[in-house]
Design a protein around this ligand. Structure first.
Ligand SMILES: [Zn+2]
Length: 113
């Protein structure tokens, strides 16, 4: 991986990071335990409201997870460890990183997990 490729991946990571931060900020309210009004809602709509909350929580958890991976990738870039497989320490092919700049394993190691 040359410097240009690395910079392109860094730009991608930074973009994705700020997009995720925006998403997380924007969704902060919707996952607060919403006061569910028992008196005037049918049981069905209560269940729907709960399911909606569960889904919003799951989505947020996914975003937070991705954000953590992205921050890890940026940190590895700073430390000059970026692009190396965590398991076998072989370089991860650029095309794989292009597909997901936050991956930490080469294809072989990811598949044998
Ligand atoms: Zn590997």
């Amino acid at each position: 991986m040359d410097d240009t490729q690395r910079e392109a991946l860094r730009a991608e990571l930074l973009d994705r990071r700020s997009a995720l931060q925006q998403l997380l900020i924007g969704s902060a309210d919707s996952t607060e335990a919403v006061e569910i009004d028992n008196s005037c809602q049918s049981q069905l709509s209560r269940i729907e409201a709960q399911q909606g909350q569960e889904m919003a929580r799951a989505t947020r958890a996914r975003w937070e997870n991705e954000l953590t991976r992205i921050e890890g990738a940026l940190r590895r870039m700073e430390n000059d460890e970026y692009g190396q497989c965590f398991v076998c320490e072989e370089p991860i092919p650029f095309r794989r990183l292009q597909n997901d700049p936050s991956v930490t394993r080469c294809v072989e190691c990811a598949e044998s997990e």
